[in-house]
Design a protein around this ligand. Sequence first.
Ligand SMILES: O=C(O)CCC(=O)C(=O)O
Ligand SMILES: [Fe+2]
Length: 293
Amino acid sequence: MNAMTQLPPEWHNWIQENLARGCAPQSLIDDMVRNHFDPVFARAAVNGVMSGPFTTPAQTQTKPVSHTAGYVYEKPRLHAGNLIRTFDRDVRIVTRVNRPMIAVLDGVLSDEECDEMIRRSADKMRRSTTVDPITGKHEVIADRSSEGTFFALNADPFITRLDRRISEVMNWPVDHGEGLQILHYGVGGEYKPHFDYFPPEDPGSQVQMTIGGQRVSTMVMYLNEVEEGGTTIFPEIGLEVVPKKGSAVYFEYTNSHNQLDKLTLHGGSPVTRGEKWIVTKWMRQRRYGEAVA
Ligand SMILES: O=C(O)CCC(=O)C(=O)O
Ligand SMILES: [Fe+2]
């Protein structure tokens, strides 16, 4: 039998989900090889997902990245004005940075929605097992530390409502969005500075971008108050956003010429007291799930 050298979308999700749960990368590569993937390809695919922001904080590494010089700032996708009216909620813009394009938004989620999101995620992490997408067999991986989970687009009416509101706030089509990704940090938990876009020189980036193209924008929503630490940091410009339940930080980094804005380097600083729950939305250039040749 020929080894597989194309990454089907279900395997892309499978790698993403299991890395987010803290599975050892080598165990995922071994599983893929057992399922007839070419070993070199399997390693590139897992590395590619790892170099994206799907990894748990402990696995994240910064690496030198080269970028297009002279990023051209176009008209922001985010609405002008101080208030964004979505179909079911008004969201207030409290701070804007123009270069890079960053905004802090108030009231993206209600307190009840934040609580519900945490409840559902904690439940999901408890129940999580690894599912082999070919055999459908569920397996519990012993070395997993449940750090994150995600909700497929339009998973149920609650998620659908949030996906719709978030797409209106980000002013980008709902079907260009990846599923909502939840991350939980305890004391000491951090997310080292990284880019949310796929650096073109990383071998795994090509694999990532076969589905929906490059990422264009991010919104990180805070689900709880963090006692101390846990700010979202933008080291290139010295900005720190303090988590506030229901608020969010939004930023854009890919323009219509496919240039990438390296000033959007960002991370989550260590939580020094309490805990931190966030939900992140990443938007793609095209419909997510739409493969390109
Ligand atoms: O934890 C944070 O504040 C940043 C999270 C982040 O960078 C991401 O989810 O891509
Ligand atoms: Fe990020």
